[in-house]
Design a protein around this ligand. Structure first.
Ligand SMILES: Nc1ncnc2c1ncn2[C@@H]1O[C@H](COP(=O)(O)OP(=O)(O)OP(=O)(O)O)[C@@H](O)[C@H]1O
Length: 126
């Protein structure tokens, strides 16, 4: 049992190294190896993954690999990644996964953008 946990921690650390992901807390969910893990680990509906595939998103970007599992674990996430690295999907994906039939009030969110240009970009990619 302990060996399994150690193996998982080691695997997560190898993945983070490979994708240049830095974390500042010790107990952080492992990064995604692929979008497919959203199904196996978080029960993501197939239509969401189909949409990613139709958009040509073959694999998650580094910020998506780490931020999505943190947000799906209901943890707060303060993340930083370069412009154009896929931050929008990193926060939208967990929200999309929360939308369920019959959900009356949707999923509330506030998106703060420091400039009008970034607001435009965020709106378009959403
Ligand atoms: N996993 C992915 N694979 C391929 N392309 C992706 C992926 N995720 C997002 N993209 C595309 O990459 C582009 C940049 O993404 P996005 O605008 O989300 O980056 P950002 O980090 O939010 O940028 P900014 O800092 O300007 O807000 C968009 O065209 C988006 O559709």
């Amino acid at each position: 049992m302990k060996k399994d946990v150690e193996k998982e921690i080691e695997k997560a650390s190898i993945l983070r190294k490979k994708y240049g992901i830095h974390i500042s807390r010790h107990v952080v969910p492992p990064p995604l190896e692929s979008f497919g893990e959203l199904s196996s680990r978080y029960n993501c509906k197939p239509y969401i993954l189909r949409n990613f595939s139709e958009l040509g998103f073959q694999e998650p970007t580094p910020i998506q690999r780490q931020a999505i599992p943190v947000l799906l674990s209901k943890r707060d996430c303060f993340a930083c990644a370069p412009t154009g690295s896929g931050k929008t999907l990193a926060f939208l994906c967990p929200m999309l996964m929360k939308i369920k039939p019959g959900l009356k009030n949707g999923v509330p969110a506030v998106v703060l953008c420091p400039t009008r240009e970034l607001r435009g970009g965020n709106f378009t990619s959403s």
